[in-house]
Write a protein that binds this ligand. Structure first.
Ligand code: ADP
Ligand code: ZN
Length: 529
């Protein structure tokens, strides 16, 4: 018969104090721990930094047996196990980086009941051999971290998570927990269903991160804007800059470094030694700025990140929330800054159109992008918009750009009609379609070679938009695209009418536009570099 690990602590609070040195539980922690120690299931939605780890580790120390932790992040696993061991907890992990001998040793420890906590990657639980092995010991609980990975709706779907739904049947009587820092109502529902936890108690924390100041500005010269933003932060601020491509990461890091910022790149194309050197510099030294693809940051626990900057538009609000959530985990003021422009909208729409995946997947991606665009273009409180996305109501926050400097709204109906009718004419009269640049040239009456060669100066709309600057026009087009009043098609992002365009042409759809503010740089806590 398997041996159970005897409980180490009489009470949860005793474990909390002894192992972690904390005086008290925070927020929902005590209630969650109670539920699990009592043998019940729990679904925990808590933002990053909310303190999820304690909620599955403490029950493992109090209940008999070994707590199984399912985590997709090998790096995180490693760090957590090291930290637990340093505090006298008998924790271990099983993963593919280990030698067969190391694995055998840990398996023996588990079966003989010596482990408090055992971390495994989800793909392991997809194997019958692992399940049989787990049956040879005693589990005190099963914690499924990053549970949103089970959601096809979300941005992080991992097929291996689907198999976790069978663990309840396989290990009856063992309390299960699903934990995540991403939780739209839709994802929440999918976690409950797919992990088969109908009787779980739900713990939904507020997703507000009040110390993070949100700022989104129109993109004109992204690197210069980024540099100005970073220079306005207090001396020695550590930060993360997210860019979409490796190339953009490299170039941005080089640009910042050339301008006196201690910036280093991080992406999957760098060799392992460089990556780990850069990561440890970021963690250990002051004032390092990591320029990275979104792969960076998952599971990186650096509490004093003072800013997170995006120079490319994230694909979803969940992604944006998670990435910006890496700022200010210590509760001190922090800034989430983003530069976003017409090019981002065109590029992401194109990536969706040309991406793999069926119609349903494309539609989902489109909806994710639309929500992200709505957040970018809102003239109301950013935080309110963000929290509403997670199904949480709130009032204006007073700590975002739109609250601090309410944007001006102007009537864009006439410019929108000028643009749309130019597109209509080109299509009807000449069966032609163009991207934003050339359309703006026509509207502004620019005498470019292309305009002359194509005789677009003979169009009746030629020059009718010269009351607006090129930048204004880009802003108009961006906002029309963001609202679906215009669509960008094909490889070159040529602009075309959408079904909703008709209402604009008829003057029935109001077109209130946001006046862009560029380069109004934020100071999070005074002082400048
Ligand atoms: P999450 O996994 O939700 O992102 P963590 O478990 O990593 O959050 O906890 C975030 C931070 O809060 C950590 O630095 C942790 O040490 C701290 N923390 C968690 N619970 C408590 C508590 N009860 N009292 C004090 N600090 C806590
Ligand atoms: Zn606000």
């Amino acid at each position: 018969l398997p041996t159970a690990r005897p409980s180490r602590y009489a009470s949860a609070l005793e474990a909390l104090k002894t192992v972690y040195g904390y005086d008290a539980f925070r927020g929902d922690q005590a209630a969650i721990v109670d539920q699990v120690i009592g043998g019940g299931d729990a679904i925990v939605l808590m933002p990053t930094g909310g303190g999820k780890s304690v909620t599955y580790q403490v029950p493992a120390l109090v209940r008999e047996g070994t707590g199984l932790v399912v985590s997709p992040l090998i790096a995180l696993m490693h760090d957590q196990v090291d930290a637990l061991r340093a505090n006298g907890v008998n924790a271990a992990y099983l993963n593919s980086t280990q030698s067969p001998a190391e694995r055998a040793q840990i398996e023996r420890e588990y079966v003989s009941g010596q482990l408090d906590l055992l971390y495994v990657a989800p793909e392991r639980l997809n194997s019958e051999a692992t399940l049989r092995f787990l049956e040879r010991g005693v589990l005190s609980g099963i914690a499924m971290d990053e549970a949103h990975c089970v959601s096809q709706w979300g941005h992080d779907f991992r097929p291996d998570y689907l198999a976790l739904g069978g663990l309840g049947e396989r290990f009856p009587g063992v309390p299960r927990m699903a934990l995540t820092a991403t939780a739209t109502p839709e994802t929440h529902r999918e976690i409950t269903e797919r992990l088969r936890m109908p009787d779980a108690k739900h713990f939904v924390a507020s997703f507000d991160r009040p110390n993070i100041r949100y700022r989104i500005e129109a993109k004109t010269e992204p690197r210069k804007q980024l540099l100005a933003f970073i220079r306005a932060q207090p001396e020695g601020s550590a930060g993360i800059v997210y860019a979409l491509s490796r190339k953009s990461v490299e170039e941005t890091a080089a640009f910042l470094a050339g301008n006196g910022i201690d910036a280093i790149p991080y992406h999957a194309g760098l060799d392992a030694a460089t990556r780990s050197r850069h990561q440890s510099r970021f963690l250990r030294e002051d004032g390092v700025v990591v320029v990275a693809t979104i792969a960076f940051g998952m599971g990186i626990d650096k509490p004093d990140v003072r800013f997170v900057a995006h120079v490319d538009l994230p694909k979803s609000v969940e992604g944006y929330y998670q990435e910006t959530g890496r700022a200010g985990r210590d509760g001190e003021p922090a800034v989430a800054w983003m530069a976003y422009g017409l090019g981002d909208v065109v590029q992401q729409r194109r990536m969706i159109q040309q991406g793999e995946g069926d119609r349903a997947i494309q539609q989902r991606q489109q909806q994710h992008l639309d929500a992200m665009l709505a957040l970018c273009e809102t003239v109301e409180c950013r935080r309110q918009n963000l929290l509403a996305y997670f199904g949480q109501e709130s009032g204006p926050c007073g700590n975002c750009d739109t609250c601090l400097e309410p944007p001006e709204v102007w009537d864009g109906l006439v410019p929108a009609q000028k643009l749309l009718s130019t597109i209509v004419r080109l299509k009807r009269e000449r069966n032609q379609a163009f991207g934003a640049g050339h359309l703006i040239d026509i509207l502004r009456g620019a005498a470019t070679d292309r305009v002359r060669k194509m005789r677009h100066d003979e169009l009746s709309t030629y020059g009718i938009g010269n009351d607006l600057s090129e930048q204004d026009w880009r802003s108009v087009i961006r906002q029309l695209l963001a609202r679906g009043l215009l669509v960008a098609q094909g490889e070159y992002g040529t602009l075309a009418l959408s079904e909703a365009s008709a209402g604009v042409l008829r003057g029935e759809t109001p077109v209130g536009l946001r006046r862009d503010v560029i380069g109004r740089v934020s100071r999070s806590a005074g002082g400048a570099r």
